[in-house]
Design a protein. Structure first.
Length: 136
């Protein structure tokens, strides 16, 4: 299984951001600071901060990370959502993280905040539609 297999990462951030990857909000302690990018073979590459005190990143595949870094249920669920994304981008990763939080995998407090954010966004869109109908 690979995240974003054989997909393009057409993104407004450009080639530099695609090279550096996009931050992924994992909550597992060993996965903090991890980034994801589309690799040369069309599979996801995870870039982990080098924990040995030197510069650079460690490059791993998701199956290798699962074995060596013990992801949490939140992290596993997040990767399931990332795997379904048509394009890897910061907004798409944030939306996937929001869905995982709404399901309760990030804890009760995060779930409440995610549901509240969802309600606020629905209300904001409803107000916008109402205003558009009034002035149309």
């Amino acid at each position: 299984m690979s995240v974003a297999e054989a997909r393009s990462t057409t993104s407004p951030q450009g080639a530099v951001a695609q090279h550096r990857g996009f931050a992924v909000p994992f909550i597992g302690s060993l996965l903090g600071g991890t980034r994801v990018r589309l690799g040369a073979r069309g599979t996801a590459e995870f870039l982990l901060p080098n924990r040995h005190g030197t510069r650079g990143f460690l490059l791993e595949s998701w199956p290798a990370l699962r074995e060596t870094h013990g992801p949490t249920l939140h992290d596993l669920r997040l990767v399931q959502y990332l795997d379904r994304l048509p394009v890897l981008s910061p907004p798409a990763i944030q939306a996937a993280s929001h869905l995982v939080a709404m399901e309760g995998f990030a804890g009760a407090a995060a779930s409440r905040l995610a549901r509240r954010r969802e309600r606020l966004e629905r209300n904001r869109l409803a107000r916008r539609v109402t205003l558009l109908r009034r002035f149309a």
